[in-house]
Design a protein. Structure first.
Length: 435
């Protein structure tokens, strides 16, 4: 293995992720693990040079104060105590709050002088180590992966491909709610350029059939999520002898779904919900990475820039932007308007500046006039927001001439549309998506 590692044991601190990033900023790879890791599990992790026990206010579980297992101190691996707890007061990391720079300096002596860790964390080494670990875990068995074309699943596919080649089976389900050109791009990159085993399922008719007449947003999400699992399951059953499932889990997913000490923010699943008789062992090589690191990993693996720096796109896709009961003609208008918006944002360099931008088509019409005749058509709503963590968002102030150009193009090129509006609502009170 090429990289040294510092393990952070989570004793209920809010600063675990800042600490993990501070260690990585020193050039040393770090992983966050639950407080009750056993000595055996710890020693099974590659190249562990030191342990930081990070205590905090969430150190009470079921009324009992938690602690690490005493056997950890017997492993011979240096342990540093940090945190709020009086018993763990060697370094009070909470005084640094989110100041990664200050925290970095505070832990530097432990990492380098006591643990003698080498600053050898970089994406090249990370990829090399993960390739070795994946090969060790999977052997000559087969891995199945739901490849949506999003950043996480794409980077995971490229990494697994490098590790196990044609023992990887990617399934791309087109639910008919993808953006223009997106499924085609997945096929081009993974099947044509990277020669991956890619099973492409065009399930448009199935999804749109089930969604017909369904206007309630939650109901729509449930149908799309549920059907996605069914289609994926059908494909999984067709393939013989699959033992592993690749999951594009990344660290924020784990943090948001609740670690042992953190409360659930929102439940996250990628391809959860598969039936019990389809049990796979998981392969999750990205689960200790933050989003920017996942992108860096994708670049290291040679994925195209647009794929790695793609803006977030919700699982239910255009389904939550074609408001109310989805119809094929309105979905077509939405897809074309979205493609124009993306093209113009890229031309103006806004694709690198704005966090998320998209169009919405509501399920009502308004009166207009075209070629001296009355029209009765849909509006297109443009939304462009900036955010750090998607929990709150502010509106991007787009230059007027760019908005005018986009408006003119949508009105000229998109069928059945006679108005363009710009959504000025921050989150809160709105959410980023409309449904
Ligand atoms: P909201 O609308 O809740 O969105 O402000 C916050 C961020 O999450 C994305 N989003 C989703 N992502 N599955 C996803 O993978 C979903 O069901 C989903 N719903 C919203 C949204 O695009 C925004 O970036």
């Amino acid at each position: 293995m090429k990289q040294d590692m510092i393990v952070i044991l989570d004793l209920g601190s809010h600063e675990n992720t800042v600490l993990a990033r501070a260690v990585r900023a020193l050039g040393v790879y770090s992983e966050i693990h639950p407080h009750d890791i056993t000595a055996e599990e710890l020693k099974a992790l590659p190249n562990v040079k030191g342990v930081i026990v990070n205590g905090g206010p969430n150190n009470i579980i079921d009324g009992k104060e938690i602690d690490i297992l005493p056997e950890i101190y017997q492993t011979g691996i240096p342990v540093m105590a940090a945190g709020h707890d009086k018993a763990l007061c060697e370094i009070k990391l909470e005084q640094f709050g989110n100041d990664e720079e200050a925290m970095k300096e505070a832990i530097r002596p432990f990492v380098f002088d006591i643990c003698k860790a080498e600053a050898n964390w970089n994406m090249k080494n990370f990829v090399a180590d993960q390739v070795e670990l994946i090969r060790k875990q999977v052997g000559d068995k087969k891995v199945l992966l739901a490849l949506s074309g999003g950043v996480d699943s794409s980077v995971l596919a490229a990494l697994l491909l490098k590790a196990i080649g044609d023992k990887l089976y990617c399934v791309h389900v087109n639910h008919g709610l993808m953006r223009k050109g997106e499924s085609e791009n997945v096929i081009e990159v993974f099947r044509n350029q990277l020669s991956a085993n890619l099973i492409y399922v065009d399930a448009t008719d199935r999804f749109l059939g089930l969604l017909e007449g369904v206007a309630d947003p939650e109901q729509k999400r449930k149908i799309i999520g549920g059907e996605f699992i069914r289609v994926f399951e059908e494909e999984a059953r067709k393939l013989d002898g699959i033992d592993f499932l690749g999951q594009g889990t990344i660290y924020p997913d784990i943090a948001e779904s609740g670690t042992k000490t953190a409360k659930v923010v929102k439940s996250h699943h990628n391809v959860g919900g598969l039936p019990d008789d389809l049990q796979f062992e998981l392969v999750e090589p990205l689960k200790q990475l933050f989003k920017d690191e996942v992108r860096a990993c994708g670049v290291e693996l040679g994925l195209p820039y647009e794929m790695v720096y793609r803006q977030p796109f919700p699982g239910p896709g255009l389904g939550v932007r074609c408001l109310g009961a989805i119809t094929r003609d309105r979905l077509h208008s939405l897809r074309e308007a979205d493609a124009i918006l993306r093209e113009e944002f890229a031309l103006a360099g806004l694709d690198k500046k704005v966090w998320q931008y998209f169009t919405v088509v509501p399920d009502f019409k308004s009166v207009g006039v075209r070629d001296n005749a009355r029209s009765y058509d849909w509006p297109v709503i443009i939304r462009a927001v900036n955010t750090i963590d998607a929990m709150t968002a502010s509106i991007e102030q787009i230059d007027w001439p760019i908005l005018m150009k986009i408006t003119d193009r949508i009105l000229a090129e998109v069928p059945n549309v006679n108005r363009v509006c710009y959504d000025l609502s921050p989150k809160p009170s709105a959410t980023i998506e409309w449904e």
